[in-house]
Every structure is written in structure tokens, then in C-alpha cells.
Design a protein. Structure first.
Length: 234
């Protein structure tokens, strides 16, 4: 497996090593050399770790993406259940999930809504979600599409409700993504953004982002370590 690791840290370290080599007192240079090596190795390990996490959870792909999907199916399910409960989905409503991952929330939504549409930018996650929701897809109750929240391929005022579970924190531009969600929702519709305690998303600022995107009545609800931001399109 190859990782496109940034090597700028190594380039910055070269002059330091050269200086130490030319030093008249090599014994006193042993500690600085060790420090530089430690910083360089740490930077490399951090870069590799970020790429692994991105391939597993940020933009899942390949073997790591498939493993990440299995993990998310277990860790996100309780949060998804809480988010859907807050939405109070009715049997005649259409719902969009942005960043549906392995499709656990899609499956729950399909049991309550009239029709569920999901969009995700990971082919690996689409494959897992299709397998998990094969029956609902076959019956026409669920549609899964490849795409990004930055540019949703849906007409204005299409959906009654919208959700995202452990997804918004990795959007390139959260407010721009929320504005797209606002655009495709019907007036009076509800949006719910759910996060687990391990998501890395801060509670502070969530309401401000929703308001900036045009939503009203924004609030944050906490449950069992997870939390959810809920708001309405006026």
C-alpha cells in the first residue's frame, strides 16, 4: 500500500543535519540529532495516520474503506436512531440523507418514510449501503446516489426532511453544504445533524452554522454522549 506522505519535514531537516555534521563538537550534537529524528518520524507517522483515517472514514475507499464501513455500521447506529426519532418522520414524507456511509440510517428511515434518498461520495459506502438496503431499493422505497453535499443533484423544495450522521464535520465547507440542504428542503421541513462523541465535532458553533445557512429554531439535543443539532427551514 502506498501513501503520498508529505516530505517537507525532511527537506526542512536537511540544513539542521548539515550544521550538526560540520559542528566542531559532535558529542554535543547527539541530543539535537535525536530530537530532529524524533520530530521527522513523528511528522511522517502523523501524515500516514491521517491518510489511513481519511481512507477509512473521511472518504472511504479500498480495503480500508470497507473496514471503516463495518466500524461505522456499529458506532453510528445508536446515533442514527436518536436522530430519526427527533425528526418524527411520517409515512408520506420524503427524506434525504447526506453522507449515508454503510446505510444504517437509510435502513431505519426506509421503515418510516414514504421515500428515502441518500447521497455519498464514496463508492465503497454505496456498495455497502446497497447490500444493506437491497429489499427497499428493489421495491423503490430507497434510492442511493453518488455525489457531494457541495452540489446536490436535486431540485429546490424536494424533500420534507434531511439528515446527516457523523458527516458534516468532514464537509469541505459546512455552511455551503447546509445551504445546499436548505435549498432542496421544503418550507417547514426539519434538518437533523447527528454526531457521536468520537466524531470530533464541537457542539459550539453548530447553531450559528445552521442560522448562517438560513435555518431557524435551531437547537442542540444531547443523548447518551451523542448529540444532534435540529433546525427548521422557514
Amino acid at each position: 500500500m502506498e501513501f503520498g506522505v508529505e516530505i517537507s519535514e525532511y527537506h526542512r531537516a536537511v540544513p539542521v543535519f548539515q550544521h550538526l555534521i560540520d559542528d566542531e563538537h559532535p558529542k554535543t550534537a547527539q541530543i539535537p540529532i535525536a530530537n530532529v529524528l524524533l520530530v521527522t518520524i513523528s511528522a511522517w507517522l502523523m501524515s500516514v495516520t491521517r491518510q489511513i483515517l481519511t481512507r477509512m472514514f473521511g472518504k472511504p475507499r479500498g480495503f480500508l474503506g470497507r473496514c471503516g464501513g463495518i466500524v461505522m455500521a456499529h458506532t453510528n447506529d445508536d446515533c442514527a436512531a436518536s436522530v430519526i426519532e427527533l425528526l418524527e418522520v411520517k409515512s408520506n414524507e420524503t427524506v434525504l440523507e447526506a453522507g449515508f456511509g454503510p446505510g444504517v440510517a437509510i435502513k431505519r428511515l426506509s421503515e418510516a418514510a414514504g421515500h428515502v434518498t441518500g447521497i455519498d461520495q464514496s463508492r465503497e459506502m454505496i456498495a455497502q449501503a446497497e447490500a444493506r438496503n437491497a429489499s427497499a431499493i428493489k421495491s423503490g422505497r430507497v434510492e442511493l446516489r453518488h455525489g457531494s453535499v457541495s452540489s446536490l443533484p436535486f431540485a429546490d423544495n424536494t424533500f420534507h426532511k434531511a439528515i446527516a450522521v457523523n458527516s458534516m464535520q468532514i464537509w469541505p465547507d459546512a455552511i455551503a453544504g447546509l445551504r445546499e440542504m436548505w435549498r432542496i428542503m421544503k418550507s417547514g421541513g426539519t434538518i437533523a445533524l447527528g454526531f457521536t462523541q468520537y466524531s470530533g465535532q464541537k457542539r459550539e458553533g453548530l447553531i450559528d452554522k445552521l442560522v448562517a445557512a438560513g435555518f431557524t429554531k435551531a437547537r442542540v439535543v444531547e443523548k447518551g454522549g451523542n448529540f444532534c443539532a435540529v433546525a427548521t427551514k422557514p
